[in-house]
Design a protein around this ligand. Structure first.
Ligand code: FMN
Length: 308
């Protein structure tokens, strides 16, 4: 895709040019089909679709969502998805027919072998621009986050995936660690082309009347408004330590926060839980960005990446 010279919102994730930095985050936008009934999703910079595993997964027992009034939500969906073959045969052709911007495939696995199998199948899909490898899902009992909490395991998944694809590989990092910089560095040394951070923060709510956890799974991934400062700090720390592009994610719901994320070091920004509260939020942010740039006297948005 050619970046238009006149487009001040354009950014580049390595060789992948985006018309703007706004990307719906995996798990909060499905495969785009429902959202496309609400607005023209081709205004997005890119789209990251629901995490895909080798086999179909029903996910965790219900209830899986705990709302946190005005500070976010906890989910323990547990990677519900139809499995890679169904995604390739049914969901992707539909997505290709309605979406003409770069597509990010979000991949999960329960073993190194599974990550490799799913990524090698996605490697054959010409329309997919980036593989976003989720080593940070807190809602499954094995695999998922287990690969994202030590530098060694994170590097091992990165190396394994790089062996089976020529597409850019972005490792999606967990905030549930002591030293995210060490894990980010290990992924980059193992060949990651970029990083995406953060996934959800492990959290909990209790129903005080039932005296039980709200979520059947007990703990879940906290996301939305409340995690923004944490995500911003981690993006900034990682951006100062690696030289690959970073997709910033976590609690973003306004154009101002997109600018903040980019000043902290993100090249593009994913919007997650906010889509579930306000389904047209990505459209709103894209529309708000030009006047905000005017107000801040920023000519091209890419000029602010990592300035703080
Ligand atoms: C309901 C739900 C499902 C999610 N599913 C996935 C997933 O399949 N793969 C993944 O990498 N992240 C998944 N996430 C994490 C988001 O992509 C994002 O990293 C996280 O929610 C933080 O961003 P936010 O605060 O803007 O929501 C999910 C989040 C939510 C709320």
């Amino acid at each position: 895709m050619v970046k238009s010279e006149g487009n001040r919102l354009a950014v580049a994730l390595g060789d992948v040019s985006l018309q703007n930095p706004i990307i719906p985050a995996s798990g909060t936008f499905g495969y785009g089909v429902e959202m496309s009934q609400l607005y023209d999703i081709n205004i997005l910079g890119a789209l990251s679709f629901k995490g895909t595993t080798l086999n179909a997964r029903y996910g965790n027992a219900l209830p899986r969502i705990a709302e946190c009034s005005n500070y976010g939500m906890i989910n323990a969906v547990g990677l519900q998805n139809p499995g890679i073959h169904e995604v390739i045969n049914t969901q992707l052709p539909l997505l290709y027919s309605i979406f003409h911007q770069p597509i990010i495939a979000n991949v999960s696995g329960f073993s190194i072998d599974e990550y490799q199998q799913v990524c090698s199948l996605l490697d054959k899909e010409e329309r997919i621009s980036i593989l976003e490898v989720n080593i940070s899902c807190p809602n499954v009992h094995q695999g998922g986050m287990a690969f994202g909490t030590t530098a060694e395991a994170a590097a091992e998944v990165t190396r394994a995936v790089k062996q089976v694809t020529d597409k850019p590989v972005y490792m999606k990092l967990s905030p549930n660690v002591t030293d995210i910089v060490a894990i980010a560095r290990a992924c980059v040394e193992a060949g990651a082309d970029g990083l995406c951070l953060i996934n959800t923060v492990l959290g909990m709510r209790i129903d005080i009347r039932r005296r039980k956890p709200v979520i059947a799974n007990k703990y879940g991934g906290y996301s939305g408004r409340g995690i923004f400062p944490l995500a911003l700090r981690m993006v900034n720390q990682v951006a100062k330590s690696v030289s690959v592009p970073i997709i910033g994610c976590g609690g973003v719901e306004t154009a101002e926060q997109v600018v903040e994320m980019m000043m902290a070091g993100a090249t593009a920004v994913e919007i997650g839980a906010a889509n579930l509260v306000q389904p047209t939020i990505c459209k709103q942010i894209i529309e708000d960005l030009p006047s905000l740039l005017d107000e801040l006297k920023i000519n091209r948005i890419e000029d602010i990446i990592g300035i703080v």
